[in-house]
Write a protein that binds this ligand. Structure first.
Ligand SMILES: C[S@@+](CC[C@H](N)C(=O)[O-])C[C@H]1O[C@@H](n2cnc3c(N)ncnc32)[C@H](O)[C@@H]1O
Length: 270
């Protein structure tokens, strides 16, 4: 996959063609490009996250959020409130947004949720390997790890890159397991802190997830904290994931929705 990502980077920047493998393999830049770790950031997930954040606003009455994303990559999903989202019951977000997202609703998102407009005050992401898409190199890296031919995804990615370039979120470089307690300790008790992660759990080292849950539970004792995350909806379910919510003070984790890994469909459950 690294090799194909490197070759794709050469094709996308007009330095090689899919029709000439020999020339691509001999390109002096290929060894460097093929050595890059695979890195992705799927902005379609914002379309499935938005109803979860609106549900949080409904339950807490919070009008303002401070957002922290774990494993944020380039930070595309930290900007979910900058995109326009379309559901069967209506649209949410600015009409002149750079990026419009939609998908298939297997059960519809309730219209009442779409009337809520929580404001994001601060946003911060943590990633072991944050991608700076304000640079051409960073943007090319993410573009090269989209499968060739998936033009719709590539176009969506390019719009997300433009959105980040317009308003780059703060991205911290480091291990989320180590950095999360410090971030939580700094939070403002008067504003709801919303921590979220998509597609990151599988990368954590053995006790990483336990430590993340421990940090959240400790911070949650002071209240005003929510966590939204993707994980299996049940032990024996594969092929799609659940969107989970935990709110402090509250009653433990709750499954809000089933969703496609890249945000193509959503089944709202509550
Ligand atoms: C599959 S990508 C998902 C990126 C983004 N959350 C999304 O949904 O598009 C996984 C991300 O998690 C990051 N990651 C994995 N383990 C991490 C850790 N221990 N601390 C911080 N980031 C981590 C990777 O660098 C990568 O950016």
């Amino acid at each position: 996959m690294r090799l194909l990502g490197g070759w794709h980077a050469l094709v996308l920047s007009d330095r090689a063609s899919w029709h000439d493998l020999d020339a691509a393999l001999e390109h002096p830049e290929l060894p460097r490009l093929a050595a890059r770790p695979i890195q992705t950031n799927e902005v379609g997930r914002s379309w499935t996250l938005l109803p979860c954040f609106l549900e949080l606003a409904r339950r807490t009455g919070a009008e303002t959020f401070d957002l922290s994303e774990l494993g944020s990559s380039a930070g595309f999903n930290l900007l979910w409130d900058r995109y326009r989202h379309t559901y069967e019951a209506g649209t949410w977000g600015s009409a002149d947004a750079l990026l419009e997202l939609d998908g298939v609703e297997r059960t519809a998102v309730p219209a009442e949720l779409l009337e809520l407009e929580p404001r994001v005050r601060h946003r911060v992401g943590i990633d072991l390997d944050p991608v700076d898409v304000t640079s051409e190199e960073g943007a090319l890296r993410l573009r090269s790890f989209i499968w060739p031919g998936q033009e719709g995804r590539l176009e969506r990615l390019d719009r997300a890159i433009e959105a980040v370039r317009r308003e780059p979120p703060r991205l911290l470089c480091g291990d989320l397991v180590e950095l999360l307690p410090g971030l939580l300790a700094e939070r403002d008790p008067d504003v709801l802190t919303v921590v979220f992660q998509t597609a990151v759990l599988g990368y954590l080292h053995d006790d990483g997830w336990d430590r993340v849950q421990g940090s959240l539970a400790t911070a949650g004792r002071d209240g005003s904290l929510a966590f939204v995350w993707t994980a299996r909806p049940a032990e024996d379910v594969h092929g799609y994931w659940g969107l989970w919510l935990e709110l402090w003070p509250g009653n433990g984790p709750e499954l809000l929705a089933h969703a496609d890994f890249h945000g193509a469909w959503l089944e709202w459950l509550v």
